[in-house]
Design a binder for this molecule. Structure first.
Ligand code: PRP
Length: 190
């Protein structure tokens, strides 16, 4: 039994992902111009991307994590619950780069950025592996992105379906029979 069998189509291969991460890492390195900063990885989806990204950045940096859950369709403020934030030392007075696997409605990253700013960060920028702009419900533009994606459910490279597929080294679309349920209820991906 292999996860690969459930994939109908590959969107981004391992090689395409590698070169996108090289590009993003170069952008991030340039934008912090040798300065120290803090990378905040949004659990769980971004752990794969964050791990690959930081190893391509030569600046001194600290790594922290933030845990959030979103509920229902995520259409109202307050439906995002913060489980934990990085320590004060990792945020206060520091330049912070928030890293996530995907931006969809934009609510999660907007919420986290506000919390990081409230925690006293000198600056808070955002970096996403995938950007699904057609699903946005709040105005949100990431500072760095890997790829744009259309509004279809994608898995792999950190993105899950029912907790599975995060460990695929590429990004793919699941076969329709695997996805099963009506698309509207699972339009996000990851
Ligand atoms: C996903 C993804 C983002 C968020 C994006 O997380 O990792 O954090 O949704 O959606 P938004 O732009 O509509 O707010 P998810 O809640 O699936 O948790 P996970 O990272 O643990 O898979």
């Amino acid at each position: 039994m292999s996860l690969d069998d459930d994939i109908g189509r590959i969107l981004f291969s391992r090689a395409e992902i590698e070169s996108a991460i090289d590009r993003i890492a170069a952008e991030v390195t340039r934008s912090y111009a040798g300065r120290e900063f803090t990378v905040i990885s949004v659990l769980k989806g971004s752990c794969v991307f964050a791990a690959d990204l930081i190893r391509r950045i030569p600046n001194p940096l600290e790594l922290g994590f933030v845990g959030v859950s979103s509920y229902g369709a995520g259409t109202r403020a307050g439906e995002i619950e913060l489980h934990f934030l990085p320590s004060k030392r990792e945020i206060e007075g520091r330049d912070v780069l928030i890293v996530d696997d995907i931006v969809d409605t934009g609510r999660t990253l907007q919420f986290i950025r506000t919390e990081i700013e409230r925690g006293g960060a000198s600056s808070a920028r955002t970096c996403v592996f995938l950007d699904k702009p057609s699903r946005r419900v709040v105005p949100f533009e990431p500072d760095h992105r890997g790829f744009h994606v259309d509004d279809e459910f994608v898995v792999g490279y950190g993105l899950d379906f029912g907790g599975r597929y995060r460990n695929l080294p590429y990004v793919g679309a699941l076969r329709p029979e695997i996805l099963g349920a009506p698309r509207e209820s699972r339009a996000k991906g990851g």
